[in-house]
Design a protein around this ligand. Structure first.
Ligand SMILES: NC(=O)c1ccc[n+]([C@@H]2O[C@H](COP(=O)([O-])OP(=O)(O)OC[C@H]3O[C@@H](n4cnc5c(N)ncnc54)[C@H](OP(=O)(O)O)[C@@H]3O)[C@@H](O)[C@H]2O)c1
Length: 352
């Protein structure tokens, strides 16, 4: 089978090679999955660049997050699953915990408690992105910040997949969103998408606009995946006692020096206004949540997607051998669709 393997830490397109590997055999409690599609997430590239929160042993198969595929065979003690069933394989490695198999390969072995059967009406494009970003959106809004109906939620990189899912979830829950984007031409699009207010850092002052929108007290709850100066401004825009959950650092995307991944907070604003700046990492959540809770949260996400409360933006398929294009596309500003590595034609009715 073909597998996309990084021999060492480095620039993804320098270190990734297509290799031929034997198809693995599932052990007890495991299934062999024939992968249909797997996304290229920012975090997949962070892992290869050696700047993520864990480092796999190299050589490593790329793709450490999620995929959709068909159950090809089952090991012992795998009752309840059927050969041929279409499933999402959640490959997010729990931290601390055992490492999961990479998804950028034609077959992978996964523990059955990390498989989520998906309904037929969900396209492969949606299914292969079902776990990471929708789950992150749900956990940030409903659990980490417990945002209530009528409250403001401030978020950065609001046009991202997570950002759009947050907007949809917020509308469903009656939460009002202030959405920060970096491009003027994303503003109208996000308003039409359902964002209540949109701030463009290209030509607007974030602090001033938040004050105009939410009043001089600012907002009490925010999520940030940009970090750097934008993340710092978000912390300043918080009301006294407010809280921002930082879950990404897009402004330092290609940066591999840990000392350069910063959020320059104003100590005065944080201390005297008793603000909270804290992190969220899905891998850590997987490592600490009980298996029942994980299953409950994944089922909730699947139900929200199946009920069209959350719609996952359509990905852009790239055949595995065109991986270099997929990776370059992932890092092109304003690229829109999430690149998906596909192992066969995933276009189906839902995708057209
Ligand atoms: N902590 C966790 O567990 C966790 C889980 C899931 C996701 N994440 C993080 O969430 C973030 C979003 O992921 P995603 O998959 O939703 O992203 P995505 O769909 O690939 O979209 C990326 C978005 O980020 C914007 N962006 C890129 N660089 C930026 C910068 N320097 N300043 C402002 N905006 C920038 C892009 O804007 P343009 O349209 O202008 O290019 C685009 O809207 C990533 O940082 C990811 O690592 C974290």
């Amino acid at each position: 089978m073909r597998a996309l393997v990084a021999g060492e830490v480095g620039e993804p397109n320098d270190v990734l090679r297509l290799e031929s590997r034997p198809v693995p055999t599932p052990e007890a409690g495991q299934a062999l999955i024939r992968v249909k599609a797997a996304p290229v997430h920012a975090s997949d590239l962070h892992v290869l660049r050696g700047r993520y929160g864990f480092s796999p042993e190299f050589p490593t198969v790329g793709g450490h997050m999620e995929c959709v595929g068909l159950i090809e065979s089952l090991g012992r003690h795998t009752e309840g699953l059927k050969i041929g069933e279409r499933v999402v394989a959640v490959a997010v490695p729990a931290v601390p915990g055992p490492r999961a198999a990479g998804t950028w390969q034609e077959y992978l072995v996964a523990d059955v408690h990390r498989l989520v059967p998906v309904p037929d009406r969900l396209s492969d494009s949606s299914a292969c992105q079902l776990a990471v970003n929708p789950l992150t959106a749900l956990l940030l809004v409903a659990r980490e910040l417990d945002v209530q109906s009528g409250e403001w939620l401030l978020q950065t990189a609001a046009g991202s997949t997570v950002g759009r899912l947050v907007i949809q979830l917020a509308r469903h829950l009656g939460i009002r969103t202030i959405n920060v984007v970096r491009r003027r031409d994303a503003v109208e699009e996000l308003k039409a998408f359902g964002g209540d207010e949109v701030i463009c850092t290209e030509d607007e002052d974030l602090l001033q606009r938040v004050t105009e929108i939410a009043g001089p007290a600012g907002v009490r709850k925010a999520i940030d995946c940009v970090a750097g100066p934008v993340g710092a401004q978000v912390s300043q825009a918080l009301a006294p006692g407010g809280e921002v959950v930082v879950y990404g650092a897009l402004s330092t995307h290609r940066q591999t020096d840990p000392a350069a991944l910063t959020i320059p907070l104003l100590a005065r604003s944080v201390i005297y206004e008793t603000k909270v700046v804290r992190g969220f990492w899905l891998n850590h959540w997987f490592g600490t949540a009980s298996p029942t809770d994980v299953l409950r949260a994944l089922s909730e996400v699947r139900s929200l997607v199946a009920a069209d409360v959350l719609s996952i933006p359509q990905g852009k398929p790239f055949p595995l051998e065109r991986f270099a294009e997929a990776i370059s596309f992932a890092e092109t500003p304003a690229h829109g669709a999430k690149p998906l590595l596909v192992f066969e034609d995933v276009r189906d009715k839902d995708d057209e």
